[in-house]
Ligand binder design. Structure first.
Ligand code: ATP
Ligand code: MG
Length: 277
């Protein structure tokens, strides 16, 4: 019988961001395994400490914040305007996204009281801002937000309860240019994040119906287009496109992190490095 890591050893290796190859090793004996574990753990700890030293001496900011800054700069250079809206939203705003009682996302919402919750997405606020800007600015209106969204998730390596969403939108573009613009904006975000070899896949979103996803092994982003049945409730009639990306997922893929937890808001990790080393 081939000998593999114990559960505790494997868990520790994942925490320390061991590669898949390191995680899937086989051994001839228990002694051999335990000795290898000590060596591997030691190397990973040394590497983690080096990364933290580099953070202290040179980098000074976590990749999550740097990526956010790079995206802000790339998007504003392309004519997008950044907005910052409340993380507390109303039940009414969610209902206008068709997220109410029967909806799958409804059960993922953190409620503050009977009327208010922590936003699970940026779209309701962006719809609201669109509506006002339409009266003031000429079309197309290109706005984006980068901010925390909250969802009750059954954890796993791809889901955080609080994650950083980028949602970029363009309202009032020619209808026939929607797909082309979506592809262009997806490419802009991927280039800025330093991710190559991604794919665009047609899927079905719980909120928007048919959607074009940005995928590289995992879902990185999800897009939508209007005119859309939801638009009516927001008083929007112009064509639009929008894409939402999880920044932690972009970092997971780019930096080959084992999970989104290590690169997101955390007390256990600092910039991808486990702190109990
Ligand atoms: P999934 O099916 O993987 O749960 P989703 O369809 O719920 O994703 P969307 O609602 O389309 O995701 O959100 C847009 C993007 O936000 C996703 O493509 C993903 O990158 C990111 N995202 C969504 N939920 C989470 C989460 N709980 N933690 C981290 N990132 C997330
Ligand atoms: Mg989900």
């Amino acid at each position: 019988m081939k000998i593999t890591w114990t559960l505790i050893q494997k868990q520790r290796l994942i925490e320390l961001n061991a590669t898949e190859t390191q995680q899937d090793m086989y051994f001839e004996s228990v002694q051999d395994r335990d000795r290898t574990f000590q060596e591997q753990e030691h190397q990973l700890v040394v590497h983690g400490k080096q990364r933290l030293q580099e953070l202290r001496d040179i980098k000074r900011r976590p990749s999550l914040c740097i990526l956010e800054q790079q995206l802000v700069s790339a998007l504003t250079q392309r004519g997008f305007v950044q907005v910052v809206t409340p993380t507390i939203i109303t039940k009414g705003a969610l209902a206008k996204m068709s997220v109410s009682d029967e909806h799958p996302l409804f059960f993922q919402v953190f409620w503050l009281d009977s009327k208010r919750c922590l936003r699970p997405m940026l779209a309701p606020n962006l719809y609201t801002v669109w509506k006002d800007l339409l009266r003031i600015w000429e079309k197309p209106i290109k706005i984006f937000e980068i901010g925390t969204c909250y969802r009750k998730e059954s954890q796993g390596s791809l889901h955080l309860n609080e994650f950083t969403m980028l949602n970029l939108t363009e309202l009032g573009l020619p209808e026939e240019q929607r797909l082309e613009h979506l592809k262009e904006y997806a490419a802009l975000v991927m280039d800025t994040a330093g991710i190559t070899g991604y794919e665009l896949e047609m899927t079905n979103s719980v909120v928007y119906g048919d959607a074009l996803d940005v995928v590289k092994g995992i879902e990185l982003g999800s897009s939508a287009m209007g005119p859309h049945p939801l638009d009516d409730k927001w008083g929007i009639i112009d064509p639009w496109v929008g894409i939402g990306f999880g920044l932690e997922r972009l970092l997971k893929v780019r930096d080959e992190a084992q999970n989104v937890q290590s690169v997101g808001r955390s007390l256990s990790y600092l910039d991808g490095v486990r702190l109990n080393i």
